[in-house]
Design a protein around this ligand. Structure first.
Ligand code: SF4
Length: 719
């Protein structure tokens, strides 16, 4: 038997396979961290179809984070000005159950909120939904995926009638033209980019178009980099469509047979002539025409996007406008083509499957759909009407709910909103007003633990068994390969125990996570994400598997070809089976620059760090790669402010301020500045990107526009 356990990297949505083995088995070659402590050995799993043995620096160094700054046991305090004291699980569970009952019967179930995470395994997500939306009757479960990819979810649902990225990673090696917009794939999804670039090295004719206001490492590799002004994505996309129409490079047969609403779309794109679009986007007409020519002349076009599109007050419209280009050229449902949203977190996809946003129910169902509610109520053995028909609170709603007193209990798990939410000053003030906050996490301290009344130690990925789904719909079993740290418990076990203490003993009578998963997959039967053929056992023996995977697949496990891509039959999940064009004019940024705040700030990730550094901040190699935050500024703007490289700048928005050393670079366009989003109060003084951002959201996806806000810059003189 191999000494290595196969699992999945728990950082990002690429979902790379890892093999891990304990430190003691390697004698003199024992892996050690920078302090000399033996650590688990980690290597890429060559047999994992998604990553083929590749890993980036985060996956390669994950073992160093396993034992550092872990929360050891439950802790409780009466008020936020007191110190925590150690408590038993018994005491913590009793207190939580009592507080839930009090809020339930005094303020109603709609005053109970849970804010979860794409770091959850699917079993954690599922039990949380059953507790909140089923047993308690509160749809107020939202996840940090709301800040990450909810515009992609809304866009897919509106265009195709169901969520779900239709493509697979094999398409990276079959495409003629990769169109990357709003994604710094080389740094944020590095193994996807590696696969694409390996293929392009062998096939020099394959084009890479990158659309990004910054000249990122991704853009450095492009055949064509379109450095558009922030907020002009829809102008650009409609401009490309305009040229494809004008050049008659559209697939009329596909439009006629497989789509609806094309006339309305054609009427919109008529207004996006090249000179108008080039002027608005700040690019040349020639570059716009080159982009349209690459798209129109390619047999297979694969578009990819992530937060640069999703984190926008018109995020859903942007997603649908990308999809429109595929529909008008018939670039979907065939190898090497399609609109492919890249998920940020390791199991954001599993969250979508399990209903882990406040408008969703398990199995790609919607809270607002009466039939969907009835199906879930029936399956869970609830009374008709027990699931609320109201969409629950989103992440930002919970903050405003704390402000206005409608939130009576907030349960935060596996996420760090005191760094990652927009308008941090307001967020922190709201968290201080919470009557009762439970914070459940593997790590301590974090910026959010300062706002908790109860701390619950969660087992992390290595210490619990569950599944995660990556961006290409591939589900991987992640078995526990070490004991939970001190008194830590799996998130699903904590939720289930609270459920039992609230009287739902039958509903949460699970012996292990395999039983949880077995129940969950039954709720996907005949749904677009049907995975009724999957089980922990099947994933253990067959390895990582894509959905759809209905129960009859389990009998012929080698036949997974049909799961690679969605919509190969060109029928969609809409009532008429046609994909819908969305017709949108560009609205631009929610907060454009003005004389008082003349710069556009955009935020993003760096290659080595992950989100708010709860893990990567504890890894020496990554800290050395990215020792401190900074602000990128164009030489022309630096000259007009009279600053030199590394001089500190105070950055002010309408909501707050922060300070960063300047990194003067032509990689950023004049008028725009960039700040990485990883630094919270634990890691640097006054360097929080989200002190500046605003919560203005997309009306469809309710995803905040974390990507852009207006700021002013003031040099800080050295004294
Ligand atoms: Fe992990 Fe993502 Fe890096 Fe793969 S690309 S090793 S999933 S962080």
């Amino acid at each position: 038997m191999s000494e290595f356990t196969k699992t999945l990297c728990p950082y990002c949505g690429v979902g790379c396979g890892l093999e891990v083995s304990p430190p003691a088995q390697h004698g003199k070659a024992t892996n050690r961290d920078s302090q000399g402590t033996p650590i688990w050995r980690v290597r890429g799993d060559k047999a994992h179809p998604s990553s083929q043995g590749m890993v980036c620096v985060k996956g390669a160094t994950i073992a160093e984070s396993l034992d550092k700054n872990r929360l050891q046991y439950p802790m409780i305090r009466e008020s936020l000005d007191q110190d925590f004291r150690r408590a038993s699980w018994e005491e913590a569970f009793d207190l939580i159950a009592k507080r839930i009952q009090t809020v339930r019967f005094t303020q109603g179930p709609e005053a109970i909120c849970m804010y979860g995470s794409g770091q959850f395994q699917t079993e954690d997500y599922y039990i949380a939904q059953k507790l909140m939306k089923g047993c308690l009757g509160s749809n107020n479960f939202d996840a940090n995926s709301r800040l990450c990819m909810s515009s992609a979810v809304a866009g897919y649902i509106q265009s195709f009638g169901a969520d779900g990225p239709p493509c697979c990673y094999e398409d990276l090696e079959l495409t003629d033209c990769a169109f990357l917009i709003g994604t710094n794939t080389a740094e944020c999804h590095p193994i996807i980019f590696n696969r694409l670039e390996k293929y392009r090295k062998k096939n020099r004719k394959v084009k890479l178009i990158v659309v990004d206001p910054r000249r990122t490492p991704t853009a450095e590799n492009a055949d064509l980099h379109l450095a558009i002004r922030p907020g002009t994505d829809i102008d650009l996309l409609n401009g490309i469509a305009h040229l494809l129409m004008r050049w008659n490079q559209i697939d009329v047969g596909f439009i006629d047979d497989c789509t609806s609403n094309f006339p309305a779309y054609a009427e919109v794109i008529r207004h996006y002539s090249p000179d108008v679009v080039a002027h608005r986007c700040g690019i040349s007409v020639a570059d716009l025409e080159t982009a349209a020519r690459y798209w129109g002349q390619s047999q297979r076009v694969l578009s990819m996007w992530s937060m640069g599109i999703n984190q926008s007050s018109e995020g859903t419209a942007k997603v649908r406008t990308i999809i429109n280009l595929h529909l008008m050229t018939g670039q979907i449902g065939k190898p090497g083509s399609g609109p492919f949203s890249l998920t940020g977190q390791p199991n954001a996809m599993g969250g979508r499957e399990a209903g882990g946003l406040s408008h969703l129910l398990p199995g790609y169902r919607l809270v607002k759909n009466p039939q969907h509610r009835a199906e879930v109520e029936n399956f869970w053995g609830l009374k008709p009407g027990q699931i609320s028909s109201e969409q629950g609170m989103t992440a930002w709603d919970m903050i405003t709910g704390l402000e206005n007193g409608t939130v009576g209990l907030l349960w935060i798990a596996a996420t760090n909103p005191a760094v990652s939410m927009p308008d941090l000053e307001r967020t922190k003030k709201a968290l201080l007003r919470s009557p009762f906050t439970i914070y459940q996490d593997a790590y301590y301290p974090t910026e959010t633990s300062a706002y908790a009344h109860v701390l619950l130690p969660a087992a992390q990925w290595s210490e619990k068994t569950g599944v995660m789904t990556n961006s290409e719909r591939r589900v991987t079993l992640c078995p526990a390969f070490r004991f939970p740290w001190w008194e830590a418990k799996a998130d699903w076990e904590i939720f289930a125990e609270v459920g039992r203490r609230l009287g739902f003993t039958k509903e949460f009578a699970f012996a292990n996570s395999a039983e949880v998963y077995a129940e969950f997959v039954q709720l996907t039967r005949d749904r677009p994400c049907d995975m009724t053929g999957m089980s922990h056992e099947l994933l253990q023996t067959q390895g990582p598997t894509q959905w759809p995977f209905p129960s009859n697949n389990a009998e012929s496990p080698v036949d997974t070809q049909h799961s690679k891509r969605l919509y190969t039959n060109l029928r969609f999940h809409t009532p008429d089976g046609r994909a819908r064009f969305g017709a949108y004019h560009s609205r631009g940024l929610a907060e454009p620059p003005d004389p008082n705040y003349p710069f556009v700030l955009t935020t993003g990730r760096l290659y080595g760090h992950w989100h708010t550094q709860t893990r990567t901040g504890r890894i020496e190699k990554i800290r050395a790669m990215h020792p401190e935050p900074f602000i990128e500024i164009h030489p022309r703007d630096a000259a007009s402010l009279g600053i030199t490289d590394n001089q500190w700048l105070e950055v002010r928005s309408r909501r707050g301020k922060a300070k960063f050393p300047a990194k003067i670079t032509k990689a950023i366009a004049p008028g725009t500045v960039f700040v990485p989003m990883h630094w919270g109060a634990l890691w640097a003084d006054e360097a929080e990107a989200n002190a500046l951002t605003h919560p203005e959201s997309c009306p469809d996806s309710l995803q905040p526009e974390l990507k852009a806000c207006a700021v002013d810059l003031t040099p800080i003189s050295a004294e």
